[in-house]
Design a protein around this ligand. Sequence first.
Ligand code: MIG
Length: 795
Amino acid sequence: MENYMNINHNQVTVQQFPDYVQKWDREDNDFYFYCTKAVLKVSVVSDKVLRFRFATEDGFPNDFSYSGAYTYKGKVKSLDFVEEEDHFIIITSFLECIITKKGLTTKILDKEGRVLQEDEKGYHWEEHKKYGGNIVMTSKKVQSGEHFFGLGDKASDFDLRGSRFELWGKDTYGYMKHSDPLYKNIPFFLSLHHKVGSGVFFDNSFRSFFDFGHERKNVYSYWAQGGEMNYYFIYGPSLLEVVETYTLMTGTPEMPPLWSLGYHQCKWSYYPEKQVRDICRQFREKEIPCDAIYLDIDYMEGFRCFTWSKEYFPDPKGMVSDLSKSGFKTVVIIDPGIKVDKDYWVYKEGLEKDYFCKRMDGPLMKGSVWPGECNFPDFTNPEVRQWWADLFKGLMETGVKGVWNDMNEPAVFEIETFPYDVRHDYDGNPCSHRKAHNVYGMQMARATYEGVKKYMNPDRPFVITRSGYAGVQRYSSVWTGDNVATWEHLWLANVQCQRLSVSGISFCGSDIGGFIETPSGEMYIRWLQLGVFHPFFRTHSSGDHGDQEPWSYGPEYEKLAKKFIGLRYQLLPYVYTTFWQYHKYGTPMLRPIVFTDQQDTETHFRQDEFALGDNLLACPVYQEKADGRWLYLPAGKWFYYWTDELVNGGTEVWAEAPIDKVPIYIKAGAVIPHYPVMQYVGEFELEALTLHVYYTNKSHKSTLYEDDGDGYGYEKGECVIKSFKTSGAEGSFSVLQGTNGTFEPRYQHYEVVFHGLPFEPSAIECDGEGVEFDVEESLVTVKINKNFQKLILTA
Ligand code: MIG
């Protein structure tokens, strides 16, 4: 046994290492390697996914995680196992994993013999008497030129290399760049070196740490203060595919209601009723599109969840229903703290049924939050989740359409969070808060989702949460918490949302304009311009300073706000299609350019530019008074959205973007569906869908997904996937449409707008017949039946 002394927290501890593999065993695709005091189990989950579980004397605990990853089974096409004198090799059709007999170290290679991941010290552990268990650790060698991405909502540079992070969900009001930990706990990261991408999902909910060459330049390591060394190695080789696999392993969300991809307006807090009505009325009067209005904690009676303030909201049903007549969906906040008040029904029920968390020695876990002294439901108990879900009946019957979960890290005033000794059910695996802390928020969001879904039926639920663990995306959207109205935070919002997206959580956004303090009109507009491309698009602010509505900064800025919110509504069918790719394949909606073009090393160092979906690239402006910016345009040909100027990528370009523009580029050959600007989803029946088609002299494929925008018909096949293939040749350009699915949108026509044609067409033929078309400046427009198959333009 190789031991060495390590001074840690004034306590002499011993790090222990596995000695020598004395015995091995195989059951189907699982391999066991036994040392004196340790065992490693390697499971071939798929040709590209290997799972490693390392246990010491106590053996393996019950295999369970809220991430759900342990239930994932992929395809295993081929699997070989070889024993050599001093090592073993597990061979799949993409990977080779070498396990040494001495020290039980692992090394993973691809078929070209490139080392993808290699242990430094490998598995080791430290008995931690104070915690009643082990600290489990592993360390690996940093490969040459290696970059690290992922890890959820971290507020630092996009590449994690050189930094160290902690996962222990925390209410971080007014966090800054480098603040850590933050609200979410996503133990998944990606690695890129030698242009090959892979990922690691360390599925352990204890307080955990990740060091990417911070302490020791050439070593990265991760460890947790308890539980198992249990992780999945996920091979790409494309980074995008690594995210897809991870997301499929931890689950993708259902399709959201289309309205939830519209614009949301929020503040802490809009009240009383008259103010809420006023805000909504102004949106409609000013014709600024908006789908959702939020009620923050002041709508409740003394902050008691599931109640309405009689003084401020005497007739919630009447108000919610009036708002819905003008297209507003009401979203209300629900916190985990239940006020200790023997006259409050939720409290009484929770108490009678024994649903609140308890301390180790029996008394209820008490903590002070907005309502004063509170108890907290144990959301890791399935019976409690069921009860919680049913509590939404009343709210949903009032007409509320969505629920916002806050403070679920869990946050407690003064003591920050629950004490370590608090007990949790953990779905029949009883444990202390050490293990349950990082999943508490996710389980609350899950219970909320189940309730909202049940009472929204047959419509779709909408939930947003502040905290979460890996897999939280199955239940809820997220936002990045209490940010600040500064230019740096605008930059952070961009990086954080890209990071969330490649960590399996695409349905994300930031508080537009900043939660704390007041943005200038210019900053607010620049922030909105970024939000247009974030799947979750909401302005929110803490109400103790100036107003933060699109019209709060004077008529010039109001006009701009209207323009960019309008742009989002125009792009809705494209955003919805991108969401569907996420739902179906786990493809991240926001794609940092290193994820779209990892062969180009220039992209490895970029973090401002990102793609939304397959065909659109955006880049926010976060310099005051800028009239544009430099950005790196990935290889290929692109059209500048505002001018249709054709730009060659693979280089830095200057994007002209005074305050009325934000850099947007469209891929040559793309077909981008547009709606007309609408004040809210469902305001009117579409007469036609506009397809903006961008010329290419090569060929290109685009997708459009459509369904009813709500309900579950799409699960039974009531949806349609259109694929558009554009191709250009000398003096001609064609668009082929393929249709898959039975859903029939109610509109009959496409308005097709051609951009960037190198010739003026003399004729356009649709399915063999000549059609009339318009030429105005450089745009060619034609109206055709939506079921066309072939459109040909000739010079
Ligand atoms: O302690 O509900 O992040 O969005 O407006 C503050 C009031 C509690 C924090 C959330 C914020 C919300 C606020 N909440």
